[in-house]
Ligand binder design. Sequence first.
Ligand SMILES: [Ca+2]
Ligand SMILES: [Ca+2]
Ligand SMILES: [Ca+2]
Ligand SMILES: [Ca+2]
Length: 347
Amino acid sequence: MSSLEIHTLLKRPTVWILLALFLGSVATMTVPMETDLLGRVMNPAKKLAVPWRTFEAAEVSSGVTIPAHSHVIFHLPLNIKRITRKVLLGRDGDKIKYWGYCFPEDYDPKNPVHTAGFPGKLFLSEAERARREAERLSKFPKYSIYRPPTAKELRAIESGSNSMIRHQVEIFYGGMTCYIMTDQPLPLGTDTDNDFLNSYLEGDRRTDPFNADTDGDGVPDGTEVQAGFDPLRRDSDNDGLIDGIEDKNRNGRIDKGESDPRKRDSDADGLCDGYCRIIKGGRICSEFTTTKDCIPGIKVQWRGEDKNLNGLVDESETSPISPDTDGDGITDEQEYFNCLLAKKTDC
Ligand SMILES: [Ca+2]
Ligand SMILES: [Ca+2]
Ligand SMILES: [Ca+2]
Ligand SMILES: [Ca+2]
């Protein structure tokens, strides 16, 4: 059929009616009246407004981003033994509001038990729990000695919830199928190497998904990311001490007796935590520094508190977490300069 013939054909009203009927039937076929996961009849227009997305087990293995404001179903790979909600969904639940539920293994949409309320166990991010809690509390006016809660209000308060929404799932297992809705994109992935960083985030941070400690400094990849250390550098802050020596118990927190892997000079006394090359102007010139005045052969001074980099305050060393190690009122840096002035050699 030539374009001229199509043109002539389209001038006939009957053709337009037939075309409209055909398109109408196609539209009805693609947008059938359906029930949602809770068994409610869905409004087709509403359904199209919020997109649906399914992630297969293989996609979850390599890591994916759950889009915001979408209905998302994901299947957990069978080889997962157990994974916490926090690791599976990227440990930002205190900032991101998300909620969802996992279907029971024997889920049957025709079974009335499964369509009453939610068809599975619920999980809510910390931020979502806080939001719902605030909402719940705001439903009741402030109580006082003059207006104690009614019996009904008291029951709702005591049950911890006046609805069926309650956090139930904290540990996920292989083979689970879950639904989730989030208000911000969420990294979803497995954690093969058990370093608390899921496969999506390992890709994002360029760490090795099959090595729990990519940079070999003793601190697991996920702990480093959570704490703001660099998971690809043994010595995140270039002070000579590797992260696992500074964070002695390797838990990502600066506990008593530990220097900070993110600060070159934890006690701010002018001397770096470990042992550093100092160039003109007192700047630290480390193996990672690439400024033009920090080149091999340039005159440097070596200075620092833990000169043998073993994490201990040995004889002739000062403490990286005390600005005045010996408590004589003279700061550690001034002691260093006094030592130089006295022409000693082990400063
Ligand atoms: Ca890893
Ligand atoms: Ca590490
Ligand atoms: Ca360091
Ligand atoms: Ca210091």
